[in-house]
Design a binder for this molecule. Structure first.
Ligand SMILES: Cc1ncc(COP(=O)(O)O)c(C=O)c1O
Length: 340
């Protein structure tokens, strides 16, 4: 039998992340016992799920002798912010190609503010051009840096490809220990899915480490068919490159696309209600683009009677707090009057 190829990895994230029950919220919702895996605590400003994937992606970039990272995403991309900060930490030049979703403010806020703070080069494109010319724009900048005598490295959206899969395989290994310590065998594990890499890693990792639960990605942008294809493709890439001890064709990829709402990055009042509820009951901060949509989906499934009382259900909190800062106006928080 051939030996699996082990990937290079940098040690950047604060792991294992905490795992704990959300008992006040569970009682309030009257459904299963909810647990949270705190991947919103993987670091400080470079926190969230991207850092687990970037530990592998940046190790490869470093090994290859590259000096410049190019990546892309939405204007408030958590992935781009994590790349900007980790790139600065590791001595890379970072160039971000960002998609203006109509949320372009004169004063950069949230993730975009941190991108600038980390010294990243930033190019902002209108949404339509970003999508129609995405590959050409990346290639344009890659060539530009080669012409300047640099060695660029292009990171895919969300660092989601066969290499990034390892990040959430590692999280699944931690979850196996978390479940053993808590003496639980959860029925389902939910997480937000956006570029598919977290789902690919958790799905493969659940098989590798015998997790008892289904892994369900709550879509925040594209539909189920898109994610089936994307996650399967990342898993095939992972298998062909590393030959892990998993038959990826036999893995079930479960996606729920009923809670996207009006579209990527657009949250309705009920999402902000979920953010307020979770913050008020558990002191846990969700974001309106990813984690709150996924959590709102869990609440929806409880209300629909599809998650039973007496069972354990896990939510992987993938971070995103800075995206909330950029949408602070939608929280309905008014300035208090000052005491005289
Ligand atoms: C906070 C947050 N949660 C979840 C996701 C989804 O992860 P993935 O892109 O691996 O599907 C992302 C990024 O897309 C994210 O920034």
């Amino acid at each position: 039998m051939s030996q699996p190829v082990l990937p290079a990895k940098l040690d950047l994230a604060r792991t294992p992340t905490p795992f704990h029950a959300l008992d006040t919220l569970s009682a309030r919702l009257g459904g299963p016992r909810l647990w949270v895996k705190r991947d919103d605590l993987t670091e400080c400003a470079s926190t969230g799920n991207k850092i687990r994937k970037l530990e592998y992606t940046l190790a490869r970039a470093r090994e290859s002798g590259c000096d410049t990272l190019i990546t892309s995403g939405g204007l408030q991309s958590n992935h781009c912010r994590a790349t900007a900060l980790l790139g600065a930490r590791l001595g890379f030049k970072v160039h971000l190609l960002l998609r203006d979703e109509g949320n372009f403010d004169e004063v950069p806020d949230g993730n975009l503010m941190l991108d600038y703070l980390a010294g990243a080069e930033i190019s902002i494109y209108p949404k339509s051009r970003f999508f129609t010319e995405h590959a050409e724009l990346l290639e344009h900048w890659r060539r530009h840096y080669i012409d300047e005598g640099r060695t660029p490295w292009v990171i895919p959206v969300g660092a989601s490809d066969g290499h990034g899969v390892w990040g959430y395989v590692g999280c699944a290994r931690e979850l196996a220990d978390d479940f053993a310590r808590a003496r639980i065998a959860p029925e389902v594990l939910f997480h937000a899915t956006g570029s598919g890499g977290t789902q690919a890693g958790l799905t493969a990792g659940a098989r590798l480490y015998n997790l008892p639960c289904r892994v369900v990605g709550m879509a925040v942008c594209d539909n189920e068919a898109y994610f089936q294809k994307k996650v399967r493709s990342d898993l095939r890439h992972w298998q062909s490159r590393y030959d892990p001890d998993v038959d990826v064709e036999s893995l079930t990829i479960e996606v729920n696309d009923h809670y996207i709402g009006p579209g990527y990055g657009v949250a309705t009042e009920e999402i902000f209600e979920t953010i307020r509820l979770v913050a008020e009951t558990e002191g846990l901060v969700l974001d309106p683009v990813y984690s709150a949509k996924a959590f709102h989906g869990i609440i929806g499934e409880i209300r629909a009677g599809r998650l039973a009382r007496g069972k354990d259900v896990v939510f992987v909190h993938t971070g995103g707090i800075f995206g909330l800062m950029a949408q602070r106006d939608n929280l309905g928080i008014t300035r208090p009057s000052r005491e005289l």
